[in-house]
Design a protein around this ligand. Structure first.
Ligand SMILES: N[C@@H](CCC(=O)N[C@@H](CS)C(=O)NCC(=O)O)C(=O)O
Length: 211
């Protein structure tokens, strides 16, 4: 059985989407990061970095496989199932380029923008402007690529799953009406996928059940 440790955040949504896309059975364990549950000894044993998401695969026979970092989790599941990761080195490396672009740029820039603009106790104009500008640049990079491509790396892959939740937030918080049209078209396509809808619904239902 696969155990997923997650929460209702953009990084936490990615593995739920992938698990649903792969039709794998899994147990969802919510880790309320607002309450500091990511710092518990039990969770630290799974992810020493004390952040969601993390996964433990107990279906490996003699041992349990812990995996942390959303990118590593999606690659693990793609290798396990043979799905959503191209086979050829050429196409696989394109997919990894966009996966790592998400890990290094899309997530951190939009995440920092969101933090400084909406959560920080003090308004620091320099930080807000720095991350606003860089986030918008990243949204532009994605939009430019998607103007000529249906998905980020050939067919629908883990690169798209890595980006979906962050793109949704970026478009909501950082884009003017009608801006980044190709990214919007792509986000609507991904958001309409039954597995994406089901995964996000399950995650929200699990959180609501916690009260
Ligand atoms: N690069 C990591 C980022 C993970 C991350 O930042 N998780 C956040 C939630 S989206 C978290 O656990 N925050 C709690 C904390 O920082 O204490 C990944 O992609 O998995």
């Amino acid at each position: 059985m696969i155990e997923l440790y997650t929460w209702t955040t953009p990084n936490g949504e990615k593995p739920v989407i992938m698990l649903e896309e792969c039709k794998l059975s899994y147990e969802m364990h919510l880790v309320d990061i607002g309450n500091g549950e990511q710092h518990s000894d039990r969770f630290k044993a799974i992810n020493a970095n004390e952040k969601i998401p993390a996964l433990v695969d107990r279906s490996m026979g003699g041992y349990s496989q812990p995996v942390f970092e959303s990118g590593a989790i999606l690659i693990y599941l793609a290798e396990l199932t043979g799905k959503f990761l191209p086979q050829s080195t050429r196409h696989r490396s394109q997919c990894f380029s966009w996966v790592f672009f998400q890990v290094g740029h899309t997530g951190p820039m939009i995440g920092q923008y969101h933090h400084f603009n909406s959560a920080a106790p003090e308004k620091i104009d320099y930080a807000i402007e720095r991350y606003r500008k860089e986030s918008r640049r990243v949204l532009g990079v994605l939009d430019g690529h998607l103007a000529n491509n249906a998905y980020l790396a050939g067919d629908y892959t883990i690169a798209d799953m890595m980006h979906y939740s962050w793109a949704r937030i970026g478009l909501k918080e950082l884009a003017e009406d009608g801006e980044f049209p190709s990214l919007r078209r792509w986000a609507e396509t991904i958001g309409a996928r039954p597995a994406v809808r089901l995964g996000l619904e399950k995650l929200q239902t699990a959180k609501d059940a916690r009260g």
